[in-house]
Design a protein around this ligand. Sequence first.
Ligand code: PRP
Length: 180
Amino acid sequence: MEIHPDIERVLVTPEQIQARVSELAQQIDHDYAAVDRLYIVGILKGAFIFLADLTRQLRIPHVVDFMALSSYGRTTTSGAVRILMDLREPVEGQHVLVVEDIVDTGHTLDYLLHILNNRKPASLRTCVLVRKERQNNGVKVDYLGFEIPDVWVVGYGLDYADRFRTLPYVAELKRQVYSK
Ligand code: PRP
């Protein structure tokens, strides 16, 4: 596999990702077997690749919708999260599964769950590709792909300044790229 020159090391290979995505899809199929319409909420931009692969492996009936959020001051707990684009439907009474690319501090997902819970869904769960091994706020992740080291990661939806999202693996970025 050709590795981008700005990459320090690959943390999760494309093969590992695809195998885990299949397992997650099977688990979700199993857990929602009795649900006639799962409302899947992808969080833009980062989740779009994970979401595309995951949903194409699901066998249960589902619909896909998106929210776009922007976070400020990620390093502070007071950082606000703004909704840039909201869902097309009210989610009251619906079974909602949020799909995210990463939990870092957990702030974004925590805020989002708070918003969605207020809309009174029938159920609300989360599916996250990677979670950093660091202190976070203990936000609930029901389906997790991988735990990864607390380094700057890109690929498979994750970006640095909107670059590297379409790399087929999750990888650590070289320090010189983000400390320029
Ligand atoms: C990233 C990621 C999560 C959030 C995680 O979004 O997609 O939404 O940060 O960080 P946290 O756990 O510390 O809150 P970002 O704001 O970079 O937007 P993007 O998905 O459009 O790249």
